[in-house]
Design a protein around this ligand. Structure first.
Ligand code: SAH
Length: 216
């Protein structure tokens, strides 16, 4: 595909997969109209970069469907000054969308190879407000807490307590919760230290694997 064809596919993705399905936050639509998703998938899959589904990446993981990225990002209600903690860097695509909308993104990945590749793609695109780390994200990132926003892009049975602890008062945490195969996307707000949860959609994520998650 040529650059022009990819650009057309990107704008069509925003219209058909996001706007037509109720993603209305202008800043999220603009960010996703800008971030070149093809730079986060392997070369042979580039022609499918804007397909309406998740795609395989290395280490048996996936880059989320564009609609799910839009839905999760919109649910974070970013306005610019926030510091975001992301668990599950994967390809780095969601990281790039967050980096367009927030002050800083600390992103944690358990697979060194994925973190490395994502970091290279993000640097090549000029993102300077991303801090990549290789670690077990179920424990969060205590040294950087509190975070105004936390996003988990792998599935857990319950929200790891460390993550809620590291969420700032009034902050928002978005996470897929449920079984190993199917989950519900939840948006949890911290109000007076207590969680207030809302459900966004059903979804399918790869498991969150770690000390406070699933075993491999
Ligand atoms: N947001 C990513 C989706 C990645 S899939 C994207 O847009 O490409 C989920 C990722 O979470 C996988 O890369 C997986 O390795 C990672 N992961 C799973 N458990 C983890 C943990 N405990 N800590 C950090 N990363 C984890």
């Amino acid at each position: 595909m040529t650059e022009a064809e990819l650009e057309t596919a990107r704008q069509e993705m925003v219209r058909k997969q996001l706007q037509n399905r109720g993603i209305h936050d202008r800043s999220v639509l603009d960010a996703m109209a800008k971030v070149p998703r093809e730079r986060f998938v392997a070369a042979p899959m580039r022609h499918d970069a804007y397909a309406d589904r998740a795609l395989p990446i290395d280490c048996g993981q996936t880059i989320s469907q564009p609609y799910i990225v839009g839905l999760m990002t919109q649910a974070l209600e970013l306005s610019g000054p926030e510091r975001v903690l992301e668990i599950g860097t994967g390809s780095g695509y969601q990281t790039a969308v967050l980096a367009e909308l927030a002050r800083e993104v600390v992103t944690i990945e358990r697979h060194r190879e994925l973190s490395q590749r994502a970091s290279e793609a993000l640097s090549a695109l000029g993102y300077r407000n991303v801090v990549p780390r290789v670690a077990d994200g179920t424990l969060g990132h205590p040294a950087g807490a509190p975070f105004e926003r936390i996003i988990v892009t792998a599935a857990a049975e319950e929200c790891p307590p460390a993550l809620f602890t590291q969420l700032a008062e009034g902050g928002l945490l978005v996470i897929p919760l449920g079984g190993r195969d199917y989950q519900t996307l939840r948006a949890i707000r911290k109000i007076a230290g207590q969680p207030q949860a809302a459900s966004l959609s059903t979804c399918r994520f790869v498991p969150l694997v770690g000390a406070d998650g699933w075993t491999e």
